[in-house]
Design a protein around this ligand. Sequence first.
Ligand SMILES: [Zn+2]
Length: 222
Amino acid sequence: MAENTGRVVFLDRDGTINEEVHYLHKPEDLYFLPGAAEAVRMLKEAGFTLIVITNQAGVARGYYTCRDVETLHAYMNEQLRKEGGVIDAFYYCPHHPDCGIGEYKKVCHCRKPDTGMFEAAEKEFAVDKAHSYMIGDKELDIQAGHNYGVESVLVGTGYGAEHKKAAEEQGREKFYDYYAADLKAAARYIIAKESGKNIQKGNPAEGPEIQHERSILPGTSD
Ligand SMILES: [Zn+2]
């Protein structure tokens, strides 16, 4: 397996890797955005560790279960492997502060823009923040990346173009560090920026077929 260089790309899921589908939880409703699977492969080949960080309040709302989320992520990786890429780990927050059933209704530390999922990832993977990135389509993804302390790239897919435009219309300063049309453009930017910084070449095809699945379970995150 490629050595963990500490260079991590944290990725939002819905609207960044795959099409935003309302409370996505069925594999048959998963559609990769154009170029997304290729972007995942490019980043893996460049030696990055890829970690998905996703809010899944649909669990709190009772629309689907943690098991559904994990099944979907396994399916996602199955599809990505066919394109020569892989996500090294998925972290998701099943909570919601106001709506939800039982133990999932809570103010937690993992829900983006908070940083609990990044910190959970840090326990499993080396993270060199100076050479790590967050990519997402929402302002809260960028806030989460900044709260954690990594450069954060807004993609124009999903809600990205809308959130960029809204900020411009409000006359606010840009909230993101870099804007890329889509995940592939974001990958190109990051790879170009990091090239010449002695990135170790990784070959995901040689890695063991291990998928890490990490749920941020109630009671263990705070
Ligand atoms: Zn949470």
